[in-house]
Design a protein around this ligand. Structure first.
Ligand code: C2E
Ligand code: MG
Length: 444
């Protein structure tokens, strides 16, 4: 009857994914549960689960549109079904994550072989109309021959997948128990970060960048802090990696830009118009690859009313080191907007010098490692001298970071360097501390 047909359809829908027609996560767990709890099935051999996540799918979806995103998921489904033995199960676990249950499987090695063949199957680019899409995948693999809880096994494969993504993507990792601790840590931090964003727990501290000769403050570097409800102040090293891995750095970075630009607008009233201050903001890899970043910067500039020339964006040299081909669109966009760009950690990140001139930088920040021993090590001194001269010849402004000792400062002044930053002048301080520095002239 019609009623029975509708019922059957509803049951089908509950266990299948509408877009790809594959069994969904629920249905996959159900099948795993059956295979794991039933002794007859266990005697046939162990079960392996491969979880596969498409690399950078979210970015691709944002850039090319959801229609292409959907087509890609369908095309990946077809290739997966071809690469996996017919008797085994392919499922879509949600978003860009697919699961493959192999049973019976001889050993983990056999599962990794299937995973490798999946990788090969995804090698060829996908074509949708005018778009050619290259798509790699990260995979987590787990195998088990005992009676186990399906949800637990799923979590282990998830932890391995997360680790594969975290350690560079486009790779396959077999689960190890240490991965669970790391995944759990990342999971709790991620949840906390989402809440922190909602509750406005992110603050900026400001570190002055001063003239080397007299300590006059020329600008500030905005440094992100997380002020937890407990009162603890968390430094970037405690959460930046998770924010980066989960993509939360994009909305957090938006907040940073807004806070930094608003603060600069507020301080402009405190200083003479002749002593224009600048505000420097750091970017991470994820932000550099996020096409919406230029719009975020534009919004922050416009709503605060500052001039684009008074904002500076710092891009760490390490983010550019293994890049070939065109300059990232975000860099071009920011340059077109009139925002000065600074190469952070210059000399330590492995950017080839031949590449340097291709980028539209206005300034470089020489990495602090060069300053260690500069006071009594002639070689070091010559390195800093050389890097400074190179940058000056290229028409770049130079900032020396990590100045901690008076001897270092003396040496740098001898070299004729103009701007510096470091604990000798001041470490990062909150807004009131920074204001005090603007009113009371700091001296190195
Ligand atoms: P960075 O850009 O190299 O920032 C400078 C770091 O050096 C700061 O650490 C600062 O406290 C520290 N520092 C300052 N003076 C001295 C000194 O004299 N000696 C030494 N040894 N260190 C000094 P912080 O605030 O923990 O920031 C660490 C990193 O986190 C930054 O490195 C930057 O890459 C990243 N970061 C900070 N804020 C943001 C942000 O808003 N967005 C993004 N994407 N990254 C950020
Ligand atoms: Mg920096």
């Amino acid at each position: 009857t019609e009623r029975q047909l509708v019922e059957q359809q509803l049951i089908h829908n509950a266990f299948h994914d509408g877009l790809t027609g594959l069994p969904n996560r629920l249905s996959m767990l159900d099948r795993m549960e059956t295979l794991l709890s039933n002794q007859r099935f266990r005697q046939q051999g162990p079960l392996a689960l491969i979880l596969l996540g498409l690399d950078r799918f979210r970015m691709l979806n944002d850039c090319l549109g959801h229609r292409i995103g959907d087509l890609l998921l369908q095309a990946v489904t077809r290739r997966l079904e071809r690469a996996v033995p017919a008797a085994d199960t392919v499922a879509r676990c949600g978003g860009d994550v697919f699961g493959v249950i192999l049973h019976p499987v001889e050993a983990v090695a056999a599962a990794t072989e299937v995973a490798e063949s999946i990788r090969t199957a995804l090698d060829d680019p996908f074509t949708f109309g005018d778009h050619t899409v290259h798509c790699t995948a990260s995979m987590g693999v787990v195998a088990c021959g005992n009676e186990r809880d399906a949800n637990e096994l799923f979590r282990e494969a998830e932890a391995a997948l997360y680790e594969a993504k975290r350690t560079g993507r486009d790779r396959l990792l077999v689960f190890e128990s240490s991965m669970l601790d790391r995944a759990w840590h990342a999971f709790t931090v991620e949840n906390d970060l989402r809440r922190a964003l909602k509750d406005h727990e992110f603050r900026l501290h400001y570190q002055p960048i001063g003239a080397l000769t007299d300590g006059r403050v020329a600008g500030f570097e905005a440094l992100l802090r997380w002020q937890r409800a407990s009162g603890d102040l968390v430094l970037p090293e405690g959460f930046l990696q998770v924010a980066e891995d989960t993509g939360l750095i994009v909305p957090i970075g938006r907040e940073v830009l807004r806070l930094a630009c608003d603060q600069l607008a507020g301080w402009s009233a405190l200083v003479d118009a002749a002593d224009r201050l600048f505000m420097s903001v750091n970017l991470s890899a994820r932000q550099l690859g996020h096409p919406g970043l230029v719009a975020d910067v534009t919004d922050a500039i416009e709503s605060s009313g500052i001039s684009p020339a008074d904002l500076m964006i710092e891009i760490s040299e390490g983010l550019l080191s293994d890049r070939e081909g065109p300059i990232p669109a975000v860099i071009v966009g920011l340059h077109d907007l009139g925002v000065p760009l600074c190469l952070d950690s210059f000399g330590a990140g492995g950017l080839s010098l031949a590449e340097l001139h291709r980028y539209p930088f206005t300034a470089v920040k020489i990495d602090r490692s060069f300053l260690a021993g500069i006071a009594d090590d002639l070689e070091r001194w010559r390195m800093v001298d050389g890097l400074n001269a190179l940058a000056v010849h290229l028409g770049l402004q130079v900032i020396l970071e990590g100045i901690e000792e008076r001897d270092q400062l003396r040496r740098l002044v001898e070299l004729g360097c103009s701007l510096g930053q470091g604990r000798l002048l001041s470490g990062p301080v909150d807004d009131t501390g920074a204001e005090r520095m603007l009113l009371v002239h700091p001296v190195w």
